[in-house]
Ligand binder design. Structure first.
Ligand SMILES: [Zn+2]
Length: 67
């Protein structure tokens, strides 16, 4: 079972970091190439590397919330 671990606590309006590997986005905002997912009311961002590795999990999470 590929259950995602909960990301570390993040400030609501702080620098954007990858929810999986913690890579900080340049400029403090998520690049357009970073997909995002909303989980528990928080927006999580994923860097390009993690997005490629975990696109299925990210997409499935989006689907479950969009329904
Ligand atoms: Zn990452």
């Amino acid at each position: 079972m590929d259950e995602d671990t909960h990301p570390p606590e993040q400030p609501a309006a702080g620098p954007v970091v990858c929810a999986r590997c913690g890579t900080a986005a340049e400029g403090g905002t998520a690049p357009v190439t970073w997909p995002s997912s909303v989980e528990d009311g928080r927006r999580l961002h994923f860097c390009e590397t993690c997005a490629r590795l975990h696109i299925r999990a990210i997409e499935s999470r989006l689907d479950s919330l969009w329904w």
